[in-house]
Ligand binder design. Structure first.
Ligand code: PFF
Length: 450
């Protein structure tokens, strides 16, 4: 058996895992959720979900991956051979594949908008609603951009763990954080920025309903890349001295800070332009912000140019590091279990995923009438992944670690063979055995009934 690669440094471990977590979800989804769901009140609930649900699930995934040093499917097979638990590994890899197929489509849009920003398109004052809908419904253009994005991801993954994922994360993540810093300064400098900040930060507890708590939990899951096999796969490349609990806290902290700073970038800028409507989801970054960029251009052309260009680079970097982890989750399995070379495995995953991506892209245009349960292919993939498999996976991972795995194995992994102290071990066990599965089950039932 060929030697398995590892991440070469602690910084590499943290930046690669944070790269998986920090993605499109942080930049466009989190700020809108905060704005719509009670500002600082939502942020508070989100933080509680990250600490009490997100971190325990992440630690559990880390320990499964690091203990087995195997891809996600083999990891469960090794720990519980011949039992039903192994289907959790299968679900994780399958769902990473599904998510990647639609994630590349939106990432392709981001690439296109980055190119537009370079050409000074946002200085021209167009009808950005029409521009967005004609682009996404075009039968060829968005597919070409998605394919270029997939190629970029492919090139990193086929280089391997240390010289691909780790090396690129070490360059891209600091760049991403630096760009965020510049954009926050640009945004705070816009006239009327303080209105945006108070919209974002005013705690409005009257808006906090069960639904809001559930959205906070769903957002934490997606944002932290939980239950997709990604973090389990990355952890299989961790060294024996990696501190799992500390790493989980660091990754969650970076992810949360980026999400909050994205709000600091978007809302002050949007509020500096009184007549622009605040859209949710993709509309926010592909329609609302182009209007903001146009107005910034008309007052301060240099700021407009820098702001729009850097914003889409930021999105692109965030999307790329997340797509890398989704790709790796599947490639590691194909490479190790089907005995194909890493390059061939990566190529197989890229091509097959891109074929599904074509369908997802067409579902915004020529195929928009083909629906299953009233959902287009894109919506269906998103629904199955984020609303069904992600919560169920979270429950299974916790129950697996809490009830199935030997307690000594769990303690040894979390304390690196007894060399570290972990004072909250009992509390962690309580969370993964009872509290987290129950909390997720509540969301799941609520989402299905609602
Ligand atoms: N965490 C990424 C985001 O916030 O956009 C998305 C993601 C990546 C979800 C990897 C799941 C995953 F396994």
């Amino acid at each position: 058996m060929e030697n398995r690669s590892n991440f070469g440094s602690k910084l590499g471990v943290i930046l690669a895992s944070a790269g998986s977590a920090v993605g499109l979800g942080n930049v466009w989804r989190f700020p809108t959720e905060v704005g719509n769901n009670g500002g600082a009140a939502f942020i508070l609930i989100y933080l509680l979900c990250v600490v009490f649900v997100g971190v325990p699930v992440m630690v559990s995934e880390f320990l499964i991956g690091r203990h087995t040093h195997a891809n996600t499917i083999s990891a469960y097979q090794k720990l519980a051979p011949g039992t039903w638990w192994r289907y959790e590994g299968v679900a994780g890899v399958f769902i990473a594949f599904l998510i990647l197929s639609y994630y590349v489509v939106i990432s392709g849009w981001t690439l296109y908008y980055f190119v537009l920003s370079l050409t000074g398109y946002f200085a021209q004052g167009k009808d950005y609603v029409a521009c967005f809908s004609s682009f996404v419904s075009h039968p060829v253009q968005p597919i070409v951009y998605a394919a270029i994005f997939m190629l970029m991801t492919h090139l990193v993954i086929s280089k391997g763990v240390e010289s691909g994922i780790e090396r690129f994360s070490k360059v891209m993540m600091p760049m991403l954080l630096f760009i965020i810093g510049i954009l926050v300064v640009c945004s705070f400098g816009m006239p009327g920025a303080s209105d945006g900040l108070s919209f974002l930060l005013r705690p409005d507890f009257s808006k906090v309903t069960t639904n809001v708590v559930l959205s906070a939990m769903g957002q934490a899951f997606f944002s932290l890349s939980l239950a997709m096999g990604c973090l389990c796969t990355y952890a299989s490349y961790f060294g024996s001295d990696t501190r799992l609990v500390k790493t989980a806290f660091s990754v969650s902290a970076i992810d949360t800070v980026v999400a909050i700073l994205s709000g600091f970038i978007i809302f002050p800028a949007v509020f500096s332009v009184a007549d622009v409507e605040v859209n949710a989801g993709p509309g926010l970054v592909f329609i609302t912000l182009p209007n903001v960029f146009y107005l910034a251009f008309s007052h301060m052309p240099v700021v407009g140019y820098v702001f729009s260009g850097l914003f889409y680079v930021l999105l692109l970097l965030a999307a790329l590091t997340s797509a890398m982890s989704l790709h790796e989750s599947v490639t590691a399995y194909v490479h190790e279990s089907m005995h194909l070379s890493r390059r061939r495995s990566a190529a197989l995953v890229s091509v097959s995923c891109m074929l599904l991506g074509v369908g997802c892209s067409l579902s915004f245009g020529p195929w928009s009438d083909y629906t299953v349960f009233g959902m287009t292919m894109f919506d269906l993939f998103d629904f199955v992944a984020s609303k069904i498999i992600m919560p169920l996976g979270g429950i299974v991972i916790c129950l697996f670690v809490g009830w199935k795995l030997d307690r000594k194995l769990v303690r040894d992994e979390l304390t690196n063979g007894g060399t570290l102290r972990f004072r909250f071990f009992r509390f962690y066990l309580f969370l993964v055995r009872w509290a987290v599965p129950l909390a997720i089950a509540l969301i799941f039932i609520h989402e299905l009934l609602g």
